[in-house]
Design a binder for this molecule. Structure first.
Ligand code: F6R
Length: 371
């Protein structure tokens, strides 16, 4: 696919083009297959001191880059999950979490206060706890309590560790027989990652690289990203990557819900916003027939109120492979856009500043996450 972009002032080809990526996030996407393999092995090696059948339901607690891993997994398997699986982004656990709930604490840094409070509540409820973390307070607190911890390599940005956070969740669902056996899905997903990196990676020149071409179409634009079913959490991932990598505002919504409210607002779209809005439709060949029609009809209704519309469809056999196909595309597009904007995609100063301020007065100050 091509997106008709013209070569711009800032090149996306050649050895110097990626110098601004100080933390090596673009090179990191290129290591996706290795990350996938390491994460799978780490999660398979962890001993679980309970039988698979002890689990009645699952809560995955996390925030930001560590929470979207859960949404992507439950999005891919939502039609075949055999027991309820919920993502919790909250300081409080829901009341239904009990001693038969598998509670997976997902925090890359192990220092996120919402996840830390959930971690201590989960222990109070005698839930079946597992942590996925590179360490931090969560790692040390849970290790001291004898809770199984899936170790994740430290030193990365949490959102860049998506596969390292996501694959252990898949392995945990598989090990508890909460999905049909995942072996062949995991193999296909791994192959998809390799193909995606080969198609969209930094070494592929812009003239042949749809991800670089697509990135240029977002210069000066505000992405409005729509998904549905499998692609609904993908829209949220793309939004977060535009926010955190490219440092721009971006918004995500899901069909069919947006057809019941959000479309009405397009009628009053301010001119300046209309001139900047770039609507992205994340589609999937297996979407419900009415969802396919909704994408087409809703687009027709709103396209005169936005500057651009781009429709992108996932490719692959299995749901997980189709999911990861678009994860990698969104990662590359947002990272290339950062370079076009002249910003380093790595640091997320706003998030760090906020966490530091919170830590001055709250949970972050204490060595005991329950304090
Ligand atoms: C930063 C990022 C954030 C973090 C979030 C929670 O790259 O993606 O959204 O994921 O602030 O932090 P962790 O993942 O360390 O629990």
């Amino acid at each position: 696919m091509t997106y008709g972009s013209l070569p711009g002032v800032i090149p996306l080809d050649g050895p110097d083009a990626f110098a601004r990526d100080g933390l090596g996030l673009i090179a990191g996407v290129g290591d996706s297959v290795a990350a996938f393999d390491e994460a799978r092995a780490a999660a398979e090696a962890v001993e679980l001191p309970w039988p698979a059948e002890a689990v009645t339901d699952v809560a995955i607690c996390g925030m930001g880059g560590s929470a979207i891993a859960a949404d992507l997994v439950t999005g891919a398997y939502r039609e075949v999950l055999l027991k309820p699986v919920t993502t919790v982004r909250d300081y409080h656990l829901p009341g239904w979490i009990s001693d038969s709930t598998l509670v997976i604490l997902s925090s890359y840094s192990g220092g996120t206060e919402e996840t830390l409070t959930a971690a201590s509540q989960a222990l109070e409820r005698n839930a079946l706890c597992v942590a996925v973390t590179s360490g931090g307070k969560l790692g040390s607190f849970y290790a001291a309590e004898g809770v199984p911890v899936v170790p994740v390599v430290p030193g990365l940005q949490p959102r860049a560790a998506l596969l390292r956070m996501m694959v252990p969740l898949l392995v945990m669902l598989d090990r508890h027989a909460l999905t049909p056996p995942l072996t062949s899905d995991l193999e296909e997903a791994r192959a998809t990652l390799a193909a995606a990196v080969a198609a969209w990676g930094p070494d592929v020149p812009e003239a042949e690289n749809p991800a670089k071409q697509l990135a240029r179409t977002f210069e000066g634009r505000v992405p409005l990203i729509w998904g549905a079913e499998l692609t609904a959490p993908l829209a949220v991932r793309w939004k977060g990557q535009f926010n955190e990598n490219a440092k721009i505002p971006a918004y995500a919504s899901a069909l069919p819900e947006l057809d019941h409210n959000e479309i009405v607002g397009f009628a009053g779209m301010p001119e300046q916003l209309a001139a900047m809005a770039h609507l992205v439709l994340l589609r999937d060949p297996r979407q419900h027939r009415q969802v396919q029609r909704r994408f087409d009809l809703t687009r027709e209704l709103v396209e005169s109120h936005v500057a651009d519309v781009t429709s992108i469809s996932s490719e692959g056999q299995g749901a997980l492979a189709r999911m990861l196909d678009l994860v990698v595309l969104g990662d590359y597009v947002s990272l290339y856009l950062a370079l076009l904007r002249g910003v380093d995609p790595g640091p997320v100063e706003m998030i760090e500043r906020l966490k530091e301020r919170l830590a001055q007065t709250g949970y972050g100050r204490s060595a005991d996450p329950s304090a």
